[in-house]
Design a protein around this ligand. Structure first.
Ligand SMILES: Cc1cc2nc3c(=O)[nH]c(=O)nc-3n(C[C@H](O)[C@H](O)[C@H](O)COP(=O)(O)OP(=O)(O)OC[C@H]3O[C@@H](n4cnc5c(N)ncnc54)[C@H](O)[C@@H]3O)c2cc1C
Length: 433
């Protein structure tokens, strides 16, 4: 762009007009943002408590305001459903959520809410094809950049001095839930500005989320890191100002242009924690390989010869299967590798107790050996250890409910996956009751 000659009168007039134009558009934008903030107040108080009940999941699905979601989903205080803990633990399935929302008659293939459900389906599609391979780089990482496998103490204790980062970490610990944008910002800050390896960040965040889900989590972190996307995801203070004014972080290390942030991401330069005052450190809550308040017995459940048996695991908690004996199963080796917060355990155990006769904790390989031909009802899951034990049962397993048929070949991107799904016409977008 040619710059005006600022020494001449014409140049000075240009600059004045240009400046006025910029001020006008800046104040118009500020007005729009103020209006949006006022509108977001309507959606408070956010649904921060997560009672582990199926009725609550159905109520949340019925409450989705698809039009408001379309416009305001990206705002941290926006009208998102907070259904993810319920979907993750099978209290409601994605096809059920879709049916409830589609009954409103306003959803179609390009609808924001439907597309987000579809992202979850896409991640499951990739998981089915790559299995535990989703835990390692899918594409090459940024060349030459060295990442640490430890989460730095100032991030873990919410004392980085970057308000959006610290508030997000505190919210994660307190509620077990984060808005999608906050997850993206926190992950991007950790990987690209602080050089934390995406896998270390993913495992850490997974433990605290009530909705921690290996494919949605690991593949989202890989997407941010650029090992499952074309370029690193970056954000700056302007972005935060627009979508989360209450977490404004101007004047901190993320208050830079995208070119500079890109250079930092592609190098071994690391942002320092900010100087200046900050809140007291928040000690990270403990992560537990076993439910903290549940007595563990090593004895195998005894089953009478004529009793029919069903298994319920942490990802299939919707309702009691129709069997004489319903056993809630917790495969200890999985949880040693992926420990959970006490509040996540409380969510899972309460929901599990409501639909089972007893909870058994141990190595599922042992239990499946003992009950090989006896388990008549169990839902498939790809979570490691559970997957092998269920596959080994003689009675087979129900498929996890899915919104879309899974393409046979691995689709390399969401858009290719979605094109395929729409071409099969497997999803009925006409309103349903
Ligand atoms: C770094 C990072 C980590 C993540 N980890 C998880 C995780 O462990 N478990 C998890 O369920 N989601 C994860 N997500 C995806 C997404 O952030 C959450 O699903 C969503 O924020 C849950 O809130 P909600 O139920 O209010 O979503 P809504 O916006 O109301 O969406 C409805 C449902 O659609 C699905 N969905 C929405 N957005 C996404 C998305 N971007 N990707 C996949 N599915 C989506 C979820 O099942 C969600 O419950 C992660 C995203 C990022 C960037």
């Amino acid at each position: 762009m040619r710059m005006p000659d600022t020494g001449s009168l014409r140049g000075k007039r240009y600059l004045r007009l240009h400046q006025r134009g910029r001020n006008n558009s800046a104040s118009a934008e500020a007005r729009v943002l103020r209006d949006i903030e006022a509108e977001l107040d309507r959606f408070e108080p956010a649904l921060v408590a997560f009672p582990p009940l199926r009725e609550e999941a159905i109520r949340r699905a019925q409450a989705v305001d698809i039009r408001a979601y379309r416009r305001l989903r990206d705002y941290a205080r926006g009208p998102v459903s907070r259904l993810s803990p319920y979907i993750t633990h099978g209290l409601i399935s994605v096809p059920e959520v879709f049916r409830v929302v589609a009954a409103g008659g306003e959803s179609g293939p390009t609808d924001r809410f439907v597309q987000e459900l579809a992202w979850r389906e896409f991640f499951r599609h990739v998981w089915r094809h790559l299995g535990d391979g989703i835990g390692a780089d899918i594409r090459d990482a940024l060349p030459g950049v060295v990442y640490t496998s430890r989460v730095p103490q100032d991030i873990a204790e919410a004392t980085t001095g970057v308000p959006v980062v610290d508030a997000t970490v505190r919210e994660l610990y307190e509620t077990g839930y984060l808005h999608n944008h906050q997850r993206m910002w926190l992950a991007s800050y950790m990987v690209h500005m602080r050089k934390v390896h995406w896998r270390a960040g993913a495992d850490w965040m997974y433990g605290y989320l009530l909705d921690g889900d290996l494919p949605s989590n690991h593949l989202s972190w890989q997407w941010i890191a650029s090992t499952f996307s074309r370029r690193p995801y970056l954000f700056n203070a302007d972005n935060v100002q627009r979508f989360a004014a209450h977490l404004a972080s101007r004047g901190t290390g993320i208050d830079r242009g995208y070119e500079e942030l890109g250079q930092i991401a592609a190098s071994n330069v690391e942002l320092e924690p900010e100087g200046g005052p900050r809140e007291a450190p928040t000690p990270p809550p403990g992560l537990h390989a076993l439910p903290p308040r549940l007595a563990v017995s090593a004895t195998l459940p005894r089953v009478a010869g004529n009793e029919s048996v069903a298994w319920v695991h942490p990802w299939s908690l919707a309702e009691r299967p129709s069997a004489d004996r319903v056993i809630g199963v917790i495969h200890a080796p999985f949880h040693r590798a992926f420990p959970w917060s006490a509040q996540r355990w409380a969510f899972v155990v309460e929901a599990m107790q409501a639909v089972t006769d007893e909870i058994w904790i141990g190595d599922l390989e042992q239990l499946s050996g003992a009950l090989l031909g006896r388990v008549a009802d169990v839902t498939m899951t790809l979570n490691p250890g559970y997957r092998e034990a269920i596959t080994g049962l003689r009675g087979g397993a129900r498929a996890e409910p899915r919104l879309t048929p899974d393409p046979d070949d691995l689709k390399p991107s969401f858009s290719r996956f979605w094109e395929h799904v729409l071409a099969t016409r497997a999803i009925d977008f006409s309103a349903q009751g």
